[in-house]
Design a protein around this ligand. Structure first.
Ligand SMILES: NC(=O)C1=CN([C@@H]2O[C@H](COP(=O)(O)OP(=O)(O)OC[C@H]3O[C@@H](n4cnc5c(N)ncnc54)[C@H](OP(=O)(O)O)[C@@H]3O)[C@@H](O)[C@H]2O)C=CC1
Ligand SMILES: O=C1O[C@H](COP(=O)(O)O)[C@@H](O)[C@H](O)[C@H]1O
Length: 491
């Protein structure tokens, strides 16, 4: 069983409490932590939104969401009742006056309590919510604010949000969440690299041919079109999750596990990314938008039908070829791809090692060289080192690729907590290690912006791809032009 490190009693305030993220991710995560008695029942979870509800009405919505999103084996009825008792609802319009005095008065009944404000709303509201909280006396020395990604939609809006929030709270009390950093398998990337000298010796342009990062989803836009259509795959997934994965793969070893030591090294990678000038987007980016096809074995509509729109220039898929300008990575391409309505839900990293031009083995055997490390972030979390082995038995020499496999479930024999479970508890602890620092967010936007500009300058439209396919064929062409191919593990 995983070690449970209890946290202090807290007041958690969720703005956006009737939304998809709260119902599908935040409440289930808090329930699991409560069920494991990681926080005391003197804590309060205060739900905030505009919808006309009272606390009883909100508890009913929360119960329905928990019954839908928490596995039945974990849904102990007594625990569920006790958890729902922690919930309170406040009707507050972030842009209006209604509800603010009552909300803050309720919170200030316990002025010394750890107070975590989770902003699960559109990023446009982050500054206003923080300013209103300050105006009404809701910011205390024990207050933290959690900002969901993407923070803004470009560098300027990100800076404006960071300035507005930073005017109310110091950096160490601002938690910019990227839930991928809460995934155990993502945290394990640092252990893989910096706790295993064997890999650190190989982690270099001399031995690595290229790296692939795939974050594939089978879902479509799922009713989130209002947000997603203004975002697209580049802002939604690359500017945050995938660049964070790339940072952890490419960074130098931090001098310690101290929060800023780790974040300093990630920042260096973001600043070393080869800038894609707007006129270069064609050669190193591919955009796609899913059309009607098949998902999870059933017919599904295309993005426009999901959106209820006649047209949209929003990409639901993006593939990129990137370079990190450092001595370690010079000349090693990083291929990234992410999309909705792809054939499988999988997040996977492939480190392809170089195959030497010479071998003592026959050429037809030599060319089979897998010679790669697979890191499966989800599902079936684990790793596989693919290597050549001699087929047993007589009849000449035959080599076969096989794998050295680690299944984290088998190795550790326990439930993997959802990323939000760990991150929410770190917010209560005040531990910002697994959160993004302001300069990281802004450096990521600085790299993404010229690509957005290039697409805009070219009036680029996303290529259609069948739902259930691996995206536009141009994404395959992009990597195959370099004599490589996307790796698709089907186990
Ligand atoms: N959903 C997901 O899977 C993920 C979402 N995110 C991020 O989380 C945030 C929320 O996303 P999501 O839950 O999908 O969005 P939704 O549109 O589902 O929910 C938005 C929430 O904000 C509330 N809200 C809107 N306007 C106001 C206002 N003026 N005052 C107070 N509350 C308001 C809405 O409630 P009401 O209308 O009742 O006021 C609703 O609860 C976004 O920033 C998104 O990028 C990040 C990762 C994943
Ligand atoms: O942040 C987001 O992530 C989810 C995918 O998260 P995962 O943990 O299931 O891989 C994605 O569906 C959503 O569009 C995006 O906003």
């Amino acid at each position: 069983m995983a070690r449970i490190l209890p946290v202090a009693s807290f007041d958690g305030v969720v703005f956006g409490a009737t939304g998809d993220l709260t119902m599908r991710k935040l409440l289930p995560a808090l329930f699991h932590r409560f069920r494991d008695r990681q926080f005391p029942d003197s804590s309060r979870i205060i739900a905030v939104a505009r919808t006309e509800l009272d606390t009883e009405g909100y508890r009913k919505r929360a119960e329905a969401a928990l019954r839908q999103h928490v596995d039945a084996a974990s849904l102990d009825e007594d625990m569920l009742t006790a958890f729902l008792d922690l919930l309170r609802y406040h009707l507050v319009d972030a842009l209006g006056e209604q509800g603010w005095p009552e909300l803050v008065a309720s919170l200030n009944e316990r002025p010394d309590q750890v107070r975590a404000y989770y902003l699960a709303t559109s990023p446009d509201l982050y500054g206003t919510i923080c300013q209103r909280l300050a105006q009404h006396g809701g910011i205390t020395p024990q207050s933290r604010v959690v900002l969901e990604k993407p923070i803004g939609r470009d560098l300027a809006s990100a800076q404006a949000i960071n300035n507005a929030v930073g005017a109310v709270l110091p950096e160490k009390q601002i938690f910019r969440i990227d839930h991928y950093l809460g995934k155990e398998t993502v945290q394990n990337l640092m252990a893989l690299r910096f706790a295993n000298p064997i890999f650190e010796r190989l982690w270099h342009a001399d031995t690595i041919d290229h790296v692939q990062i795939t974050v594939a989803e089978t879902v479509g836009v799922e009713g989130r079109g209002g947000y997603y259509n203004g975002s697209g795959a580049l802002r939604d997934m690359v500017q945050n999750h995938m660049l964070q994965l790339l940072c952890l793969l490419a960074m130098e070893s931090p001098i310690s596990l101290d929060t800023d030591a780790v974040r300093d090294e990630k920042l260096k990678v973001l600043r070393a990314l080869q800038r894609v000038d707007p006129h270069e987007v064609n050669g190193c980016t591919v955009r796609g938008q899913y059309s009607a096809g098949i998902a999870d074995g059933r017919p599904v509509p295309g993005y426009l039908a999901d959106l209820g729109a006649e047209s949209s220039n929003t990409e639901t898929f993006v593939a990129l070829k990137m370079q990190v300008n450092s001595w370690r990575w010079a000349g090693v391409p990083f291929y990234l791809r992410t999309g909705k309505r792809l054939p499988r839900k999988v997040s996977e990293i492939v480190v392809q090692f170089r195959t030497p031009p010479f071998s003592i083995y026959p050429r037809d055997q030599h060319e089979l060289q897998p010679n790669r490390l697979l890191i499966r972030l989800q599902p079936a979390e684990g790793m596989r080192l693919e290597m050549m082995t001699k087929e047993p038995g007589p009849g000449g020499l035959h080599l076969r690729p096989t794998g050295l496999d680690i299944s984290f479930e088998k190795a550790f024999g326990q439930r993997y907590p959802d990323a939000y479970e760990r991150l929410l508890m770190d917010v209560v602890r005040g531990n910002t290690t697994l959160f993004m620092r302001r300069d990281e967010v802004e450096a990521a936007w600085s790299w993404v912006e010229p690509i957005l500009q290039g697409w805009n300058d070219r009036r680029d439209t996303p290529r259609p791809y069948l739902a259930g396919s691996w995206g536009p064929t141009a994404a395959i062409a992009m990597i195959e032009r370099d004599g490589r191919t996307w790796y698709e593990s089907f186990d």
